[in-house]
Write a protein that binds this ligand. Structure first.
Ligand SMILES: [Mg+2]
Length: 270
């Protein structure tokens, strides 16, 4: 069994000022769908993007998606989103954090605040000079000062973005749950490309796991995947982009190389 986990922005798509304008290329879609039709192969896009946007970009149900850093998952060959939390999380902090971000954003031309169903992002890629970094620090400081708020909120600094999201879930937590689904018999729906019997009694141990990402939020899933052994015969964690401290065991120079790898994997025949 092979489980392939890909971050999207910065990994399979270049980082640009307006991420909404970067849909997957026809080639990438073709390769991901082709990969997902390989026998016993399960493909997931694991992203921080909001669920609606990610469902639009990856409408083909052959491809699994994890949105909002692990808040929801759509397993490959299914159409329903499953939430990470059994009961809806407390999101009463959203308006207050939105106000804080919006006030600071108003003083930083080029920045914008993005609302997601379970969090908020302050984007500052288009800010000039140090304005964006200063504003980002101002937001972090303001949120950290608010102790009551911080109890339920986690503040993450990504690539030209500060994100406030529900505490208790991240890409690693959801990836861990996904891998459990394949490891534990009986509960997982059997996609059409599986040769496992319908009674779920077979050995579902992944024989190969590939996990690729480019930023801080991907380190959580690298940590989970690195500790899979000996459950997985082979596990490759790959950082994409400029060298920096990381838990990933392998590296690729950038998106072009990552896309080339996907293309090569898709071309392999079972
Ligand atoms: Mg990324």
């Amino acid at each position: 069994m092979r489980i392939l986990l890909f971050d999207y922005d910065g990994t399979l798509a270049p980082l640009v000022s307006d991420t909404a304008k970067v849909p997957p290329s026809a080639d990438l879609m073709k390769n991901l769908v082709r990969l997902s039709t390989h026998k016993n192969t399960f493909v997931y896009i694991v992203s921080g993007r909001d669920r609606n946007n990610l469902q639009e970009l990856f409408a083909n149900p052959a491809i699994g998606i994890v949105a909002e850093h692990g808040m929801v998952v759509r397993h490959p060959h299914t159409t329903q989103l499953e939430p990470y939390f059994a009961s809806p999380p407390d999101l009463s902090w959203l308006p207050r954090v939105h106000q804080t971000m919006a006030d600071i954003s108003a003083q930083a031309p080029g920045s914008r605040v993005e609302s997601k169903p379970s969090g908020l992002c302050f984007h500052y890629r288009r800010c000039c000079g140090d304005t964006g970094e200063h504003s980002a620090q101002e937001i972090r400081t303001a949120l950290e000062r608010d102790g009551t708020l911080m109890a339920g909120v986690e503040v993450i600094s990504g690539n030209k973005v500060v994100e406030a999201r529900c505490r208790g879930v991240n890409k690693g937590a959801m990836v861990s749950r996904i891998l459990d689904k394949f490891l534990l018999p009986g509960e997982h729906p059997h996609p059409p490309n599986s040769d496992h019997p319908q009674d779920g009694t077979s050995d579902r141990t992944p024989s190969f796991v590939l996990c690729m990402g480019d930023d801080r939020t991907d380190e959580d899933m690298f940590a989970v995947c690195n500790h899979l052994s000996p459950l997985a015969a082979s596990c490759s964690t790959v950082i994409v982009g400029p060298r920096r401290p990381t838990l990933a065991r392998h590296s690729l120079a950038g998106c072009a190389e990552a896309l080339q790898l996907v293309s090569l994997l898709a071309a392999v025949t079972d």
